[in-house]
Design a protein around this ligand. Structure first.
Ligand code: AMP
Length: 423
């Protein structure tokens, strides 16, 4: 008997299962605190419902089949479509409707690191009149979930596709909406393809090099929200009002790990305004931990042009992977060892700095010899020691010792921090 699983499927073993359970608890806590009603949409839908988002092309990316009665059905590929169908059918719901969900989904994706054919998402959606407060609420709640999971290094990148589309329409004078969408799609491909490959692809599609280059250059506009908005105003970009309001609301709510990036356009067929993605700054390879934005087009297809919608979905598997990486740093991941009593103040400053950078660490109480401190650290399974003495104090450096390999290197403190973050 063949005991293997179909391609892209895997068993969720106990260690991973318990991390998923922790993600679920964080999600449910935040859903309750932020006043979202938790429900679960059906796992199986009519294919026509699943096609509402991006047309028949979606068939290639999902599990679609005929049931024994000959009906065209498909497994849900996210929770958003089902929740939106549910809300659009329920005219009795009080608005704004705040609905959340947690569950499995199936995509006929090419399996790779952090990408499966069966995976799980948490999901937060808000339906009602369009309001940037709702976008802020969803971003704030998503950030709160990631914080509860101890993911210290997440960066939330926010864009607005109306700004990009407006630039393509007004500055590049592209009047055909389909061509505008095609050009925007290039921004979504930047991380997967080289500029050369994009040039070839877009010249085959009839775009000039200049058009593509200008869109890609616009996508480079990223960084601190104030800086991006200032530059956008210098460039005369339109439709930036919501980004400005969003910056103010998030700031007053204390959500500070936010960058603006016009490269973020996400699922082009679907989103209509502010869009965002959160990444793990310590593991960019993993792709987005969660993402979302405003998608007014979908309620319209489901017969509710009166409803505006915004939401976010988080990848449970990816967040669990980030948690493992964070945990593998261990409670005493970086032990600061002080070689001389006079350098103890500097050793404390080094400890404060690494903690501020999100690296867990500790410092031995004064009085122990350096040899004894390192011996204790080795016994506790600490993998890195930051040795600080008079020499290091004078140079504002540290001696970084790889405890497993027994190697040492003198480095400026900021280089040592970077090394630890990337370890
Ligand atoms: P999306 O529904 O495509 O906006 O994705 C939302 C989140 O779900 C992403 O940020 C990922 O964390 C996660 N995700 C999407 N597709 C997959 C997949 N095939 N495997 C694992 N996680 C996924």
């Amino acid at each position: 008997m063949d005991l293997t699983l179909p391609r892209g499927m895997r068993d969720i073993e106990p260690a991973e299962y318990s991390r998923h359970a922790r993600v679920r608890v964080a999600f449910e806590d935040v859903a309750r605190l932020y006043n979202f009603q938790v429900m679960e949409p059906a796992a199986l839908e009519h294919l026509s419902i699943l096609r509402a988002k991006s047309g028949e092309d979606v068939d290639k990316e999902i599990y679609a089949f005929k049931d024994k009665g000959g009906r065209d059905l498909g497994l849900r590929f996210d929770l958003t479509v089902g929740i939106t169908r549910y809300v659009c059918a329920r005219r009795d719901l009080r608005l704004p409707a705040k609905i959340a969900s947690f569950g499995g989904m199936w995509r006929y994706d090419e399996p790779q690191y952090g990408r499966y054919r069966w995976s799980h998402q948490w999901d937060l959606e808000m339906f009602g009149p369009p309001s940037v407060d709702a976008d802020a609420e969803v971003i704030d709640a998503s950030s709160a979930i990631l914080k509860r999971l101890g993911l210290q290094r997440t960066v939330i990148k926010v864009g607005d596709r109306r700004v990009v589309e407006g630039y393509i329409r007004s500055n590049l004078k592209v009047s055909d909406p389909a061509k505008r969408v095609e050009l925007m799609r290039a921004l979504d491909k930047v991380e997967k393809k080289t500029r050369r490959e994009l040039e070839e692809e877009y010249s085959a599609k009839g775009f000039t090099r200049g058009e593509l280059a200008k869109v890609l250059d616009l996508g480079e506009l990223s960084g601190e929200p104030d800086k991006v908005l200032h530059k956008a105003s210098e460039m005369g970009l339109s439709s930036t009002e919501d980004l400005a309001s969003l910056r103010d609301i998030l700031r007053s709510r204390g959500v500070t790990n936010v960058e603006y990036s016009l490269r973020i356009v996400r699922g082009i067929d679907y989103y209509t305004g502010i869009v965002f993605e959160a990444v793990d700054g310590a593991n960019l390879k993993l792709g987005s931990l969660c993402g979302g934005g405003r998608y007014d087009a979908l309620p319209k297809v489901f017969g509710r042009p009166d409803l505006s919608a915004t939401g976010a979905a988080g990848g449970v598997e990816r967040e669990a992977m980030s948690m493992t990486k964070e945990e593998s740093r261990g409670g005493t991941f970086a032990m600061v060892a002080c070689a001389s009593a006079e350098a103890y103040g500097y050793a404390s400053a080094v400890l404060a700095r690494i903690r501020e950078e999100g690296i867990p660490g500790d410092l031995s109480p004064p009085g122990k010899s350096l040899g004894k401190q390192l011996e204790d650290a080795a016994k506790a399974g600490v993998s890195w020691a930051l040795i600080v003495g008079m020499k290091e104090l004078a140079a504002k450096s540290v001696t970084l010792r790889d405890m497993k390999a027994g190697r040492e290197e003198v480095l400026p403190l900021s280089d040592a921090v970077r090394r630890l973050q990337n370890s």
